[in-house]
Design a protein around this ligand. Sequence first.
Ligand code: SF4
Ligand code: SF4
Length: 294
Amino acid sequence: MAGVQADGTPRPDELTLLYRGPLASCDYDCPYCPFAKRRDDPDRLRADRAALGRFADWVAAQDFPISVLFTPWGEGLVRSWYRSTMIELSHLPHVRRVAIQTNLSSRLRWVAEADRDTLALWATYHPGQVTHERFIGKCRELLAHGVRFSVGVVGLPDHAEPAKRLRAELPDEVYLWINAAEGHLYTDEEAAGWTAIDPLFGYSRTPHRSLGLPCRTGQSVVSVDGEGTVRRCHFVERPIGNLYDGSALRALRPRLCSLPVCDCHIGYVHLEPLDLYRVFAGGVLERIPAATPD
Ligand code: SF4
Ligand code: SF4
């Protein structure tokens, strides 16, 4: 910790916030997703907008380095308040990174208003929901605007050919990740096929044993929900405090993982023994490796 802030709360050296508000709807209909084509009623959308505004105000009021990754259950960028918050946070001098997970379905003109040194996108390609031409067109738009982004695909058999085509047509400097499909066991032959597309697929192929191992979450990384309830990560349920009353900042300390395994990149990237801060140096949140993997 580097002292206290003007309001008496501790000032961390830096903090990464994984934010997930009430929004739980999506414009896509992926067969592997519980949020497919879900609609949020107007009350929920209003609550999501208000919660995001409160969170952004809190970030703006801090005076230590902050990075933010928005990980909505559904699609955030189809909502104006996510786009405007990304723009607003990107211009704050103490915000080092503001990133969001997105299906890239929405218009992208807004990125021109953001600080492209701070903005980043974690984009997922869902073949079956969008054509190759439309998706790669969006990627080209991001490239033209100088936006940092990774793209990725869920490693299902039907996705192999679309993923290969996308990899072949994207410039080498755009990292294309493959996520192991939930509950899917890969033979060595299947894994080799996916590794040919994403040389880092090995990190995703099987869950990482994490029980009792040091993980940065709960110290320099936390998960925040719409009420400001802070958990160490999205997977360990027990809250450690609240963002808005200062209790979460007071609770930050080194911690060991209490769960048997960690199987999602947004979690295990912070698991210290994996050393992924080195692999993804400069792009931990948006999943961009420091060097093009081969
Ligand atoms: S785009 Fe993402 S949130 Fe939307 S249905 Fe597909 S997997 Fe779910
Ligand atoms: S290893 Fe994964 S589950 Fe365990 S604390 Fe870290 S992020 Fe959470």
